[in-house]
Design a protein. Structure first.
Length: 101
């Protein structure tokens, strides 16, 4: 198994730690392809158009690569969307009448 993923499939806390020392090294950029692969690893299975739309929304300088902060924003946007969809599904399930099947 990957060292960043726990036995139950979650990302380990250690893999999420960020060194906040600004003198350590220049900002690391994540390419479009790397971003797509990372999101897939985290369980976000997006079609081509959706991925490109989200990526372009968070790539603030349009350099076709994301800074760590932009990548975190991307994950936040996707997580919010997933939670909104779940809430809608629960609402429809809860209020569906018994004769609907």
């Amino acid at each position: 198994a990957d060292g960043h993923v726990t036995a139950d499939g979650r990302v380990s806390d250690d893999s999420l730690r960020v060194d906040r020392d600004s003198t350590a090294e220049p900002a690391r950029l994540v390419t479009r392809l790397e971003t797509q692969e990372l999101l897939r690893t985290l369980g976000f299975l997006l079609d081509h158009d959706t991925f490109n739309e989200v990526f372009d929304d968070v790539d603030s300088d349009g350099d076709d690569a994301l800074l760590l902060e932009e990548f975190i924003t991307c994950i936040g946007m996707l997580k919010k969307s997933v939670l909104e969809v779940r809430a809608l599904e629960e609402s429809f399930t809860r209020f569906r009448s018994p004769c609907d099947g």
